[in-house]
Design a protein around this ligand. Structure first.
Ligand code: AMP
Ligand code: MG
Length: 401
């Protein structure tokens, strides 16, 4: 079977992604990290009225031209409401307090002097000076957040600032996770000869939970046809999507692909990618299934490049592509082969600007490279990279947190 190029694999997989999430109303304070299901608009102006940007005195700008002393006739703190400002007088006012009717400017307290209830101005004041006009932040009818966006703290704040208390969001996706491999044990157990600790499980659980997905962890699966078939069937019943790691290569201890073909459907196998070649995609009882390679760096790279965009589409996100930057390489990679490579990399600031370094050991079994990286550097097939050359770099955007 020919290796499918990464871009083509992504196209095939995304075309097969059926958006399943339904909208539900949640309290705004519980909505962070959820995907907004309908555009949200403001029904109010923010701020709702002209207010003072400074501690000072509210006045009619025209009254400041003569530079005559002006009597102070009222005091307005934030949260209280003043009375109509009599022409030729000023109001003591504090930051955030609404201007009294009639006032159209505020003089900063540093630019004037108060004595015996009368204000002496240093200079004339301009109309609108130190005033935050009604609606300067948000106006009535303005769109606050678009459907398909993940609600971040600032979005929640923007919605709260318009008085919104609940929002429609898409339901959380459930993803079932399987770790295949007879050599795997969970931390907390003593390693017997031949065993290793399961690190893919916390890696994928964390990455999935970070994007708001509910993980159904189905534990470790033995390397037998029977155990694999049973696990795949159980997983498909438990979730909207199934992800397994390991057991997906062509060896006789690798049962995932064969059991998927037998009991479900294999749509894609083997990508032109390094690390991560033996990725399988298909369906099990109609439920999408990703069989990721067992090596942790391979599992990470294929999850980030292929599975993550797919899950974003399933979750109703409007922005699903990973971003690519062009940055100079602070390394040399002369051994570009036939497969498209994704080196675990770091974007670092230097005197010459940002550049890209790579981890010293790019072996697919080296999870430390993933923990170190904040980006992936792309090496295209047969295209060696020289130091200083501009290359494509994919920032990991906090997905390694
Ligand atoms: P496989 O894809 O099953 O052939 O596994 C490839 C390599 O990844 C082997 O060295 C496995 O021991 C290792 N591996 C598989 N699953 C995990 C896991 N969950 N955690 C850590 N390493 C794993
Ligand atoms: Mg294995």
């Amino acid at each position: 079977m020919a290796l499918t190029p990464v871009a083509q694999a992504l196209q095939i997989i995304l075309a097969d992604a059926q958006f399943v999430a339904e909208a539900e109303l949640v309290l705004l304070r519980n909505a962070r990290g959820r995907v907004l299901a309908h555009d949200q608009f403001s029904s109010v102006d923010v701020p709702p009225a002209d207010n003072s940007a400074m501690d000072g005195y509210a006045l009619r700008a025209a009254d400041s031209e003569s530079k005559m002393p002006l009597p102070i006739t009222q005091r307005i703190a934030a949260g209280s409401v003043g009375a109509l400002l009599t022409p030729g007088t000023v109001a003591r006012i504090f930051t955030g307090a609404e201007l009294p009717a009639g006032a159209d400017a505020v003089v900063m307290q540093e630019d004037c002097r108060e004595q015996d209830g009368v204000l002496f101005l240093n200079d004339a004041v301009n109309h609108g000076e130190n005033v935050r006009p009604r609606g300067q932040d948000i106006h009535i009818g303005q769109r606050l957040v678009n459907a398909g966006e993940v609600l971040r703290a600032a979005d929640i704040a923007l919605l709260a600032g318009s008085g919104i208390i609940e929002v429609p969001v898409y339901g959380r996706l459930k993803v079932a996770l399987l770790s295949t491999g007879d050599e795997l044990v969970e931390p907390g157990n003593t390693l017997a000869p031949g065993q290793i600790y399961n690190s893919n499980r916390p890696l994928l659980t964390g990455l999935l939970e970070q994007i708001g997905i509910e993980v159904v962890d189905l534990g470790i699966v033995a390397d037998t046809a029977k155990a694999t078939a049973e696990a795949l069937q159980r997983a498909a019943q438990a979730a909207d999507c199934v992800i397994s790691t390991g057991g997906v290569s062509a060896g006789e201890e690798d049962h995932v692909r064969a059991q998927l073909e037998l009991h479900g459907q294999l749509n894609l196998w083997k990508l032109n990618i390094k690390p991560g070649k033996p990725l399988a995609y298909g369906r099990m009882q109609g439920v999408p299934f990703f069989g990721l390679p067992g090596n942790p760096a391979s599992a990470f790279v294929t999850f980030f490049l292929i599975v993550l965009p797919y899950l974003k589409k399933l979750q109703g996100l409007s922005q699903i592509e990973v971003a690519t930057l062009k940055l100079p390489a602070a390394f040399e990679w002369l051994k570009a082969g036939k497969r498209q490579e994704y080196l675990r990399a770091r974007i670092v600031a230097s005197e010459a600007g940002f550049q890209t370094e790579i981890f010293s050991n790019q072996s697919s079994g080296v999870l430390a490279s993933v923990a170190w990286a904040n980006a992936l550097a792309v090496i295209y097939p047969e295209q060696p990279v020289r130091r200083g050359q501009l290359i494509d770099v994919i920032p990991l955007n906090g997905f390694l947190n």
